[in-house]
Design a protein around this ligand. Structure first.
Ligand code: GLA
Length: 378
């Protein structure tokens, strides 16, 4: 839906509500304004999918669909105030059913890889699908990115999604009740709050897999990146962490001072060769449990700046190395390195790396994390 038609719909809904309640235009009813919703087709199994539009007071707009909890579009101003869509995606649901490599989706139960798809928790060993070579990736064959979430609009700017993942789904133990709230604030922030509870000891590591391009087109090699991390977790050929926390000093992984993505990406570095570019987890420098800045990305062309704040210990910075130009949407071709991801998370393969921060969730405890993508301009 275009911006003006969304607004017309909202105004007419308000007018209708006022007429029904017998209000004059001066006493607006105390009904919370809800985000607009349209039907967006159905899954091959016949489940209806809805698309919600969140709009902030300054005109920024996020569209979220119930399939995968996907951020379908995110329009924020450039330095001249013109709104532009900064995430990769498609024009219709069909584009997402192919499926694409997790465009904009909620990832669960476990963001990134688990070595051999095997882990133990609560004294039991579990074998998950090996859907990425010998390893398990992003929750398996049908992870949270391929499930229809229930939506509850909280306001014009906030949408709560929930999903109950049944005991044994994709091989994971416990009924996991997951909730993700997207809020588009007036400070041009997309705030994502994740929570989950279980009835059996399990593991959980949720994230969002939006692919950003702050200019909306072209490659992202000229974007300047700062990552607030002194260390990263090197990987083997299968992209499973070796367990080492390696200093970024003197490596192409040192983003403590802003560098363009392209400056060192083609260096003959073993880690860059394994990832075919950046596809690694950074160990964020943290001072406490609250929201702290993880990264900042600046695009001097559009003037857009994106800051990532999180409560999580890790950040997977992925430079779209596996995009190959076969996917197209929104009039764009998704070529190699035409978008980047900043997936806030616990470290990959944590269930098999006792020294990494734990991803275990026990009955009675609540998993809670928050990540904010904050947009501004220079
Ligand atoms: C993550 C992984 C990558 C790749 C993408 C999706 O970021 O780390 O290796 O699988 O998801 O294509």
């Amino acid at each position: 839906m275009g911006k003006s038609s969304a607004r017309t719909l909202r105004i007419s809904t308000l007018a209708l509500a006022m007429a029904m309640l017998g209000c004059s235009s001066r006493d607006v009813p105390a009904v919370p304004a809800a985000s607009t919703k349209i039907s967006w087709g159905q899954t091959p199994e016949g489940q209806p999918v809805e698309l919600y539009t969140l709009t902030n007071a300054k005109g920024s707009e996020a569209r979220i669909m119930t399939y995968g909890g996907v951020v379908v579009s995110l329009k924020v101003p450039d330095r001249s105030g013109a709104l532009g869509d900064v995430v990769a995606g498609f024009d219709n649901l069909e584009g997402y059913l192919i499926p694409p490599p997790y465009f904009g989706a909620i990832i669960g139960r476990y963001g990134n890889r688990i070595g051999g798809g095997r882990f133990s928790v609560g004294g039991m060993e579990y074998q998950l699908a090996k859907n990425n070579g010998a390893n398990h990736l992003h929750g398996g064959v049908r992870g949270f990115d391929k499930r229809v979430w229930s939506a509850k609009p909280l306001s014009l700017q906030s949408l709560e999604l929930s999903y109950l993942s049944k005991d044994g789904e994709e091989g994971y133990p416990g009924n996991l009740s997951a909730k993700v709230t997207y809020t588009l604030t007036d400070a041009h922030e997309l705030r994502i709050e994740y929570s989950a509870t279980t009835d059996k000891e399990t593991i959980v590591n949720l994230t969002n897999h939006s692919y950003f391009n702050l200019d909306g087109e072209g490659d992202i090699l000229g974007h300047q990146v700062m990552i607030h991390a002194d260390q990263f977790t090197p990987v083997d050929k299968g992209l499973i962490p070796t367990g080492e926390l390696k200093s970024v000093a003197g490596t192409p992984f040192d983003f403590r001072m802003a560098k363009t993505i392209g400056e060192r990406i083609e260096q003959k570095d073993e880690q860059l060769i394994f990832g075919q570019g950046y596809d690694h987890n950074w160990v964020l420098n943290r001072t406490g449990p609250g929201l702290e800045t993880a990264a900042k990305v600046t695009d001097s062309k559009s003037g857009r700046v994106m800051e990532v704040l999180t409560t999580e210990p890790g950040l997977q910075f992925y430079t779209g190395n596996f995009l190959d130009g076969t996917l197209k949407g929104k009039g764009r071709v998704y070529a190699k390195r035409s978008a980047f991801c900043m997936e806030t998370q616990h470290f990959p393969d944590s269930p098999n790396k006792p020294a990494f921060p734990s991803t275990v969730l026990k009955p009675g405890d609540t998993y809670r994390t928050t990540t904010v993508y904050r947009f501004s301009t220079i």
